[in-house]
Design a protein around this ligand. Sequence first.
Ligand SMILES: NC(=O)c1ccc[n+]([C@@H]2O[C@H](COP(=O)([O-])OP(=O)(O)OC[C@H]3O[C@@H](n4cnc5c(N)ncnc54)[C@H](OP(=O)(O)O)[C@@H]3O)[C@@H](O)[C@H]2O)c1
Length: 242
Amino acid sequence: MTSALITGANKGLGYETARRLGELGWTVFLGSRDEGRGRAAAQKLAADGAHVIMVPLDVSSEKSVAGAVRLVREHTDRINVLINNAATPGGGVNPADATAKDIHAVYDTNVYGPVRVTQAFLPLLQAADSPRVVMVTGPGGSIEYVTDPGQPVSKMYELAYTSSKAALNMITVRYAQALPAIKFNAVIPGELATSRFPATDMSRHMGELTVTEGSDPIIELATRASDGPTGIFIDRLGPIAW
Ligand SMILES: NC(=O)c1ccc[n+]([C@@H]2O[C@H](COP(=O)([O-])OP(=O)(O)OC[C@H]3O[C@@H](n4cnc5c(N)ncnc54)[C@H](OP(=O)(O)O)[C@@H]3O)[C@@H](O)[C@H]2O)c1
């Protein structure tokens, strides 16, 4: 059995990733911080024939992450792929007004969340064949992109979300270097070169890509097993600059 745990999979890109991996015949552990929303999502996928187990999982809570490990262990002693997808956009507070508290709240989900979940699931990943971790970051995490004056993001003044994704990029690289038996890669669910991103609640449905298109690079990294890269950063069109 090939299995994946996806955080924040009750909707948006996480849900679409769960749907696509389920379609491939994988066992999908569908993480959702809200049990009701998670159950509804899992039921929908199961009705289409997917093997899905809903895992209550709030990535900002140590207790919830520990509970998720216990639940997954009731089903299996190994996980092939972990997809750290859950994130919060924060309030888009201007750097001049952003407090440490504002930033902490975003980091708790977007930075400490993937670290909590990755660390807790390392033993299950290490027990699997060709384990992979996919970190879903964002265009704001690319310093090259953000500092390009031609990009609208260079004029979107905020601190918390973009710096959380830049931190997650570095965390991905450092895990990849330290743990070569596991492939750690970062992905932008969109196209930097065309500035096209998926329409989800997080993008207020302004994106020009579908969630299927947005999840393409997530699926690519999740499904490339032994021949796959580690420590790279890609979007839908291929490798991109950090
Ligand atoms: N859409 C874009 O244009 C875009 C662009 C670049 C990067 N991304 C990245 O893509 C990923 C998925 O975003 P999306 O567009 O699919 O957004 P979305 O539809 O808003 O989904 C976000 C998911 O994260 C979950 N979540 C938030 N905080 C959580 C927590 N503490 N614990 C567990 N789950 C939590 C949400 O759960 P609830 O339903 O309970 O809120 C939801 O399931 C994110 O990492 C985002 O930064 C998206």
